[in-house]
Design a protein around this ligand. Sequence first.
Ligand SMILES: [Zn+2]
Length: 293
Amino acid sequence: MSTTVSGLRAALATALPVCAATLLLTGLLSGCSSGADAGADAGKGERTRASEKAAARPPAPAPDADAYRRWGLDKPLAPPPAPPARKLTESVQAGGAPLLVRRVPTRDKVVFVTIDDGAEKDPEFVKMAEDLKLPLTMFLTDDIARAGRGYPYFDRLHALGNGVHNHTLGHPDLRTLDPDAQRRQICGQQDALAKRYGARPALFRPPYGNYNDATLAAAGGCGVKAVVLWEATMQINDMRYAQGGRLRPGDIVLAHFRGPKELKGTSMTRMTANMLRSIQKQGYTVARLEDYL
Ligand SMILES: [Zn+2]
């Protein structure tokens, strides 16, 4: 990554206090423990309010154990806890520098599933997402999503309540492009998704995780509130971790819309079942990224 740690800190400091910024950069920075604790206590108060709000709503339907068994999982995922009352991006001003998020600061035993590009369009996966009521966040590249069955496939996942966000028009390495070309890639896909889904996406993921200062400026100017990276990656059978060999609270898991050709014969639904099994085995459940960001 060409952007320096101090550059990242500067980008974050515009939107967040330094301790919060440090929490977001867990892969690069450490320390700030007292500030982090204070933040967590503040979060607890917000959580109480969120729980009260949640208590006023009718309880969510119990997860369907049979549906999980049909998709090869022994038991349902635990229901996620009430989300925080305040989303992280509420501190971002319109057109201002977006947050840079590798991992969501939380003590909840939750992780977030993000799926990129949009190449494979397996109808079975839509059934699986619907059956399991799995919270997903999609980052779509226009050229890739458009191919084959095209966007109507993602419309079905969106209709289940899942967010569709920006992963550029053509999947370039943005660091190789000048600022104008970066703006066209990012704003172009903001416009395309706004036209289709009615609102400009709040989240953006740069292809390959590659970005520089011009990327952050372009994203902010196009209405992006958070640039979302990751520290855990779903492979065919298990996950890879940037640190520590296991999931941590608030991990953002990167997966892709891929089919048997890219998954050595494994289908998208089997890859997803493997991912969920690993998440369960490690004592986590899946929450919705947009509830936290
Ligand atoms: Zn990608």
